[in-house]
Structures are given as C-alpha cells and as structure tokens.
Write a protein that binds this ligand. Structure first.
Ligand SMILES: NC(=O)c1ccc[n+]([C@@H]2O[C@H](COP(=O)([O-])OP(=O)(O)OC[C@H]3O[C@@H](n4cnc5c(N)ncnc54)[C@H](OP(=O)(O)O)[C@@H]3O)[C@@H](O)[C@H]2O)c1
Length: 271
C-alpha cells in the first residue's frame, strides 16, 4: 500500500498486529539513519547505533520519538563497545525482530592493483574489521534476542562489490573482500540458526548518494539503471530504505537454503 506513514503503520498493524523491535548499526547518517527514521515513522521500536560523536541527526529523531527510539553508543570494531551496547539493549528488551548490520566503511585510498607496489594492507584490514567482523560481533552479541523474537531476522548490508561472478574491478581489495567475507558470514550464521527458525538476508543498497557513495553523481537520474538493462541503480538513502523495509517485511520471499542476496528493489543478486 502507498500513502502516509500513518496509513502504512495501520496497514502493518492490521497485517502483523504488533510493533517490531529493530536494531540498526552505523545509524548516524546515510542509509542507517534513514532506516531508523522510517521504522520510527511507522511505529516500530528502534535501537540506533551511534558511532560519530560530532553528528547529531539521531538526537533530532529522539526529540520526535522519545518513547520508541534508544540511541546506543556503538563502535563495531570494538568488542567492548559491542558488549556494552548489547547489554544496554538487553536491559530494555529480550527480543530483537530485525538486526540490521549497516555500519560500513569504504576507504577510497584502497586503490592499489596487483601490478603496483602500493596495496594498502592496513586499509584492507580496517575494512574487513568494520564491514565483516563488525557485523559478526554484533550478531553474536544479540543472536539470543533475535532468536527470541517473532521475525528472527539478521540483515547484513552487503554490496554488489561482494559478487564473485560480477567482479570487474582490478583494485579496492579491502571493500570487495570485506563484503564477500560478510556474505560468507551470512551463510555460516544461517547454518547456525536455521533450525531455531532464524533467517539471514544480504541487501545491496544500490549506488547510493551518501558518504560512501559520494562518487554517485549528484545529478544522476536516481532510481534509473546506470545503463539500460543493468541491475545497478543510482539511488538515495530514502529510496533504498523504503525498498529495504518492504523486503524485510517479507524476507521469506528471498531466503531458502542460502541467505537471500538482493538489491533494494528486490532483484536477486549474483553471488
Ligand atoms: N553508498 C553506496 O553506494 C553503497 C553501496 C553498497 C553498499 N553500501 C553499504 O551500505 C551501508 C551504509 O553505507 P552508507 O552509504 O549509508 O554510508 P555512510 O553514510 O558512510 O554510513 C555508514 C555508517 O557507518 C558508520 N560507521 C563507520 N565505522 C563504524 C564503526 N566502526 N562502528 C559503527 N559505525 C561505523 C559511519 O560512521 P562515520 O560516518 O562516522 O564513518 C556511518 O554512519 C554500508 O555497509 C555500505 O558499505 C553502500
């Protein structure tokens, strides 16, 4: 159904009769912020991971939704920070319907090719630490609450950069390897929770205008294929988040023996 946030919320209540509890990591800005905003708008309860201390968009949301938003300090690279964040969340709820591992980094100086003597191993390690291990740390800390919920859903914000079959790059080892590792973590997590009813889905946001996607042209024809027939779209956090929410209301459409791997429009991605 289309229409206002309130209409959507009513539609959800009629369909599900309940409020979801959602955790979003890396929620200060970009896609994470927009996911938080849209879940709050339709009446769900959200725990938003705050990483950047000098960025205050989330506090604006807190003023609007004081009852349903909790802002939680969270650096996914730090085991201790993840432990403390999980403790705070678990003090307030024992069930997390949807855990969205959105926090991510793309280090633009990671451009060395195999023929050059300038592959930046520190940058590769940092991207793997945030993008792959970060999601694993948070998932492990909250998996009990996820499995205790109605939806039992782990969402990993992946990328087309993870795709082996579509890989055309000769650099960006760190980002591509980190997202491929994230996809593999999704498979292993799913194997671990399937029998308990848990599900995992990997979502590709599209080429999205944000800090990470800054090279998406500001005047790009958003939501149009980059080239005719191409499953690569210029998009915005607002449009992508709307697509994600729709997918995450019916994740069983995309999951099976393996986790789903789909873009924000619901097109299946190649592994
Ligand atoms: N934009 C695209 O075109 C695109 C394409 C494919 C996949 N993605 C993925 O989509 C997700 C969202 O990215 P975005 O485009 O919205 O970029 P973004 O605006 O940079 O958002 C990423 C968020 O993660 C936070 N973060 C970074 N390191 C963190 C850490 N150690 N712990 C917790 N949070 C941390 C960032 O904080 P700071 O801003 O302070 O660093 C930021 O708030 C990422 O996983 C990204 O890889 C994006």
């Amino acid at each position: 159904m289309t229409g206002t946030g309130e209409e959507k919320r009513m539609d959800d209540l009629l369909r599900y009769g309940r409020q979801k509890t959602v955790v979003v990591t890396g929620a200060d800005r970009g896609l994470g912020y927009e996911l938080v905003r849209q879940y709050l708008e339709r009446g769900d309860r959200v725990f938003a991971g705050k990483y950047r201390t000098n960025w205050h968009l989330l506090e604006g949301l807190k003023e609007r939704w004081p009852e349903t938003l909790d802002i939680v300090s969270l650096d996914v690279r730090s085991q201790e920070s993840v432990r403390r964040a999980a403790e705070l969340i678990l003090q307030k709820t024992d069930a997390v319907d949807v855990l969205i591992n959105n926090a991510g980094v793309w280090l633009d100086h990671d451009t060395g090719t195999i023929l050059e003597d300038r592959i930046d191993y520190e940058a590769i390690l940092e991207q793997i630490d945030v993008n792959a291990l970060g999601a694993l740390r948070v998932t492990q800390a909250l998996i009990g609450a996820v499995l205790n919920s109605f939806d039992q859903l782990v969402v990993n914000v992946s990328s087309e950069a993870a795709s082996m079959t579509e890989c055309a790059k000769d650099s960006q080892f760190g980002y591509c390897m980190s997202k491929a590792a994230l996809n593999m973590a999704s498979c292993i997590v799913l194997n671990g929770i399937r029998k308990r009813g848990g599900a995992v889905i990997n979502l590709h946001p599209g080429w999205m205008q944000s800090v990470i996607g800054e090279s998406a042209k500001p005047d790009a024809p958003y939501c149009e294929p980059a080239r005719p027939g191409e499953v690569k779209f210029y998009t915005t956090p607002e449009v992508t988040a709307r697509g994600f929410l729709k997918i995450l209301d019916e994740p069983e459409r995309f999951s099976g023996h393996m986790p789903g791997f789909v873009n924000y429009r619901g097109d299946r991605m190649n592994w």
